[in-house]
Design a protein around this ligand. Structure first.
Ligand SMILES: [Zn+2]
Length: 253
């Protein structure tokens, strides 16, 4: 998936405007070229290499007005979709495996908090709390989701590895912001636990993608033909991930 280094500390941001488009400007010693992105709060953010000028940044933003407008519409749509589910508490909607689930939270007399996933009538995630458990619901859910993710990813890797013709050496579940999965030359695979929130076909595509890296490094045409031969729906899955990345990162608030 996309490669990117760990985040450097955030230098000061300057608020600017170009051709009527407000944006934030950040200077970076490390950046090699001008970069435009949308930050987590929905602001257009320009990263400016030290040799470029503020005028370059203004011109860059003016050129990409339409792209920014499109990104802001997508951001607003994702935000509205999440807000419609309500705050994370008893009675809210929580999307797991791409399916809306009813979230229930009850205090019981149990010694340990347990979580039941019940799809028998109305898909429900039931948090049965031990009276002594004061952790926030997001923390309780994340721990459970990480375990669920490991089980689901292990099953998909076991099913898909023979089809791709590879044998991974190790598997880990992480929470990296910049990528959904990665594969090392030593055969170690890692996946974001948040994939368990996405539709199963999307998780499956990321599993196939990383397994395929054990056969072909980088993303040359041979890599994509291997991925598509095993997972024909991979283009749709990639589009889904691009459109829902923030939704997956925001899902626990
Ligand atoms: Zn890749």
């Amino acid at each position: 998936m996309a490669r990117s280094a760990s985040r450097p500390p955030q230098p000061a941001l300057v608020a600017r405007e170009a051709s009527g488009v407000p944006y934030l400007l950040r200077r970076s010693e490390r950046a090699r070229r001008l970069r435009l992105s949308l930050d987590d709060d929905g602001h257009a953010l320009v990263t400016l290499p030290s040799r470029a000028s503020v005028r370059d940044a203004d011109a860059f933003v003016a050129l990409r007005r339409d792209w920014i407008a499109r990104q802001l519409r997508r951001y607003a749509a994702e935000r509205a979709c999440l807000d419609s589910r309500g705050p994370l508490r008893d009675g809210a909607t929580f999307v797991l495996s791409g399916q809306p689930h009813r979230l229930e939270e009850r205090v019981t007399s149990r010694a340990r908090t347990t979580i039941e996933h019940d799809d028998s009538i109305v898909p429900t995630i039931r948090v049965l709390r031990a009276p002594s458990d004061a952790r926030p619901l997001a923390v309780v859910l994340e721990r459970w989701l990480r375990r669920e993710a490991r089980a689901v990813v292990e099953r998909r890797v076991a099913a898909r590895a023979p089809q791709v013709g590879v044998a991974p050496a190790a598997l880990s579940i992480r929470d990296q912001r910049s990528r959904w999965g990665s594969a090392s030359r030593a055969g170690r695979l890692s996946f974001s636990w948040r994939l368990v929130l996405a539709p199963p076909a999307v998780l499956d595509y990321v599993v196939v993608h990383e397994l395929a890296h054990l056969a072909v490094f980088g993303h040359p045409p041979a890599f994509w033909s291997l991925v598509r031969s095993v997972a024909p729906e991979s283009d749709a899955a990639r589009r889904w991930l691009r459109a829902h990345a923030r939704e997956l990162h925001w899902s626990l608030g």
